[in-house]
Design a protein around this ligand. Sequence first.
Ligand SMILES: Nc1ncnc2c1ncn2[C@@H]1O[C@H](COP(=O)(O)OP(=O)(O)OP(=O)(O)O)[C@@H](O)[C@H]1O
Ligand SMILES: [Mg+2]
Length: 385
Amino acid sequence: MGYTRLELAGVKFQNITKVFGKDVRAVDDLNLTVNDGEFMVLVGPSGCGKTTALRMIAGLEEATNGDLFIGENRVNDVPPKDRDIAMVFQNYALYPHMTVYDNIAFGLRLRELKGTLWQLSHMAEAGQKKKEIDGRVQEVARMLAIDHLLQRRPKELSGGQRQRVALGRAIARKPRVFLMDEPLSNLDAKLRIQTRAELIRLHRDLGITTIYVTHDQIEAMTMGQRIAVMNNGLLQQCDEPEVVYNKPANRFVAGFIGAPPMNFLEGTVLNGKVDVGAFKVALPQGSPARGQVGLKVAVGIRPEDLYDTKSNCPVPVTEENSFDAKVDVLEKLGAEDTVYMVAEGLNITASIDPASRIHAGEAAKFAIDLDKVHVFDSESGAAIR
Ligand SMILES: Nc1ncnc2c1ncn2[C@@H]1O[C@H](COP(=O)(O)OP(=O)(O)OP(=O)(O)O)[C@@H](O)[C@H]1O
Ligand SMILES: [Mg+2]
């Protein structure tokens, strides 16, 4: 691909806080470094401060406190147009009266031809710039497979094609940093998955530092080289997707990442076990919680770490790791089934092999993969490991 790699730039939040009005702490003392060329996803529930964080990088929102860096430069006081970033928003607005070509070329013309006087003496230079812009538009359009659509107007495009034009417009500018705020949210499910893959490929090819905001944990897991999980303006954990999934720092992260969500069973530490009422769960060997008899904890078990003991159960079934439950609802999803069950008043969800013969309304025995059990301090929510 002819697209030359650019001078890369990371982004660094250093003790960044944004307070709206008197007391809305949208972003609270954020410390986060996005490396040169990295694809970082900011994920968290609605209102946790994702968009605000992104808008501060763009310069559309001023930080109340802290220092923001793009590359080596502190940019708190740098105007948005000089930050060399490009943004794609959920509600990207294409210019309706312009063709796809002009939509992509628009920002380039503004920038490239700025200051070039359209006088006779500058005609040669202007012609050269125009050629450069044309080359860039064609290149980006090919990359996004919209080169056959360049003469159409936005209303003559599908939602996914419009989305690609918006992306094209941002890419064409060759920014040092890409900011994307839920750019796929108004696409249908199939197109969303397809565009997700395209964005991953695009990042691989261009290597532009990208900060991608979503509330969708699956998007975060599949796209991010690292993901930063936020809640209430506070960064909860930032790490590679596998680490966030396998070693969540606290109960919030554990419950937010993973679908169906992790089961949390409240209980008290006994000798090497946690009594959760309906049954006792053996603590993983080496868990520091073993030494804290009497401590109130939440045992976290992912639905995929529970097995129907009668069907392809990969863990040996013992007193220590199994319990009886009544199956309440069974959802057939094709590749797996989701079981909603009740064990002596405890509601538990399991994802199981569809070959299982479990039926709603019947009793069944389930086994826990004890190696995968998580333990959280009930009071602080912090993982105990
Ligand atoms: N201009 C503003 N004035 C006052 N409060 C604001 C303003 N913008 C955002 N907020 C508040 O700041 C908090 C964070 O908002 P933000 O838009 O960053 O959330 P978000 O994580 O992007 O959420 P969503 O997933 O819903 O887009 C929210 O409580 C929001 O109400
Ligand atoms: Mg938002």
